[in-house]
Design a protein around this ligand. Structure first.
Ligand SMILES: [Zn+2]
Length: 500
């Protein structure tokens, strides 16, 4: 595959205005699927959660999952949308092996929610209002696994496997209107928008919202037009990008790729594109015209969805606070400086820190553990820090042990590795492994005396005010006690001894 020519990013923005549009699919965490009673569960044995309805056997009759409608209405309300008093499902006809029915049941011209907006803050601190066009319900398709090729794609594969467990899982697709004016920050805005959507659905409790599991997936539309031109440029749609970082990179890549083509007088092909995480580039998918004809027609087997006003108001009353409001509140409560707070938000650690503080940790201690040692460990394991096997309560306990002087930093880091390995809570590990800081004077004095025997000049040096000489003894005591000595107490004892 020929490598794309890219224009320098700043130069691209000098010549063109960026317009983006985002389609986010949210998988709902209902107990059962959208139109049948099969379990909606990630990771089960392939093709065990299936029935005649979700594999589309002739004569099977679907029924709408009430809980899925409730979740969809809540999402719509949280995005400030109008909720449609009546909405029909439609059949979107196409053939694909992961779609056994040969049509996807979706909402077409009557989405359940429409005309909303969401305020989104980008890492620089600037805020943008993203207009939401619609949020509609649909069902997910099954999952294909292409085996034998080097890329995991169908091209070059020896055979493919299909798992229908995901077929019929409820989805809400949230579509923005074109987003203008973000300029150089368009990639960051795209990622921040998806982060906010994720926060909303997590806050509502309607989705597990794990991007790495595909609970939240984003299709990113990008087009460019010369500054001052009214008509929108031709857009590309990069499909199924499943991490915030990838969304940012994919949008940036498309801006630079399209700018290089347009600057040479070329034209952009309206198509879907695939994002390649490893290469950091996109490649051509299938052509996509605006007039794709899926022969939508109303689903004859389902009655229209007609939520009552009372039900909608009941759900509105239960909405959690908006992400932007929550951020303002917790930042004030925690007393974080803007930069500290932005680091936390950009590292997706709001939930973790909130949980840790709720479990009794001081906000700054919680922040330091999560953005420091835990982020470092996750990074070294090529993992997301939010995926580490540790609860906020454990981090709070660890911070508490340090604050009480029972652990020093080194011991706390050691205890942390055992917590992550699943050995138990910090207190349990300290007890089981005998890792507590030794501040017992008797043991410390014995170790100090042993160290002084090898460095007899140190006491004189301290008496003369050369305190740096104490470091060698403290170091020796630490070493002798395998890092478990209370360094502050060793220092005090040493000074007492010098001045005795
Ligand atoms: Zn089923």
């Amino acid at each position: 595959m020929a490598k794309d020519e890219l224009m320098n990013y700043e130069k691209s923005l000098e010549q063109f205005e960026v317009v983006i549009g985002l389609e986010v699919h949210v998988e709902l965490n209902t107990n059962t699927k959208m139109f049948c009673g099969c379990r909606n569960e990630f990771g089960d044995e392939p093709n065990t959660n299936v029935c005649p309805i979700c594999i589309g056997l002739p004569g099977s009759l679907p029924a709408v999952n009430k809980r899925a409608i409730e979740s969809s209405i809540s999402i719509g309300l949280a995005l400030g949308c109008e909720i449609a008093p009546t909405g029909r499902f439609a059949r979107k006809n196409y053939f694909y092996p992961d779609l056994a029915k040969n049509f996807q049941t979706s909402q077409y011209d009557e989405p359940i929610a429409f005309e909303g907006s969401l305020d989104v803050e980008v890492p620089s601190g600037k805020s943008f209002t993203v207009q939401i066009e619609r949020a509609h319900m649909e069902e997910d398709a099954g999952k294909l696994t292409h085996v034998g090729g080097s890329t995991g794609r169908i091209q070059g594969a020896e055979y493919s496997l299909v798992d229908y467990n995901r077929a019929g899982v409820p989805l809400v697709e949230i579509v923005t209107k074109p987003v203008y004016g973000a300029g150089a920050e368009a990639p960051e805005l795209a990622a921040a928008y998806v982060r906010s959507i994720r926060e909303i659905v997590k806050g509502l409790g309607v989705s597990d919202a794990k991007m790495e599991r595909g609970n939240v997936r984003c299709d990113a539309n990008v087009s460019l037009r010369p500054h001052g031109q009214e008509k929108l440029g031709t857009r590309t749609e990069t499909k199924n990008v499943n991490s915030l970082r990838s969304i940012e990179r994919a949008v940036r890549y498309e801006i630079q790729r399209q700018a290089a083509i347009l600057a040479k007088g070329g034209s952009i092909i309206q198509e879907t594109r695939h994002w390649h995480e490893d290469k950091g580039s996109t490649s051509s998918g299938r052509p996509k015209s605006d007039a794709d004809d899926y022969r939508y027609f109303p689903e004859p087997d389902l009655v229209p969805v007609q939520p009552s006003k009372e039900w909608i108001e009941e759900l509105r009353a239960k909405l959690p606070e908006k992400p932007a409001d929550r951020r303002k509140r917790v930042q004030a409560e925690w007393g974080f400086a803007d930069l500290e707070f932005r680091d936390v938000v950009n590292a997706d650690l709001l939930d973790q820190i909130e949980e840790t503080v709720a479990a009794g940790a001081k906000p700054q201690a919680a922040r330091k553990w999560w953005t420091g040692e835990l982020a470092r460990i996750a990074n070294s394991q090529d993992q997301d820090v939010t995926e580490l096997n540790i609860s906020g309560a454990s981090v709070a306990e660890l911070a508490g042990l340090v604050e009480a002087g029972k652990l020093n930093d080194r011991l706390a880091r050691e205890v942390l590795t055992y917590v992550l390995a699943g050995e138990g809570s910090p207190s349990e590990i300290v007890a089981a492994r005998g890792l507590e800081v030794v501040s017992d004077d008797g043991a410390l004095i014995a170790a100090i005396d042993a160290a002084l025997a090898k460095q007899p000049d140190v006491l004189d040096a301290i008496r003369e005010g050369r305190m740096q000489a104490a470091g060698a003894v403290i170091g020796a005591v630490m070493q002798a006690m395998k890092g478990s000595a209370d360094a502050g107490r060793v220092r005090e004892l040493l000074i007492e001894k010098a001045n005795a």
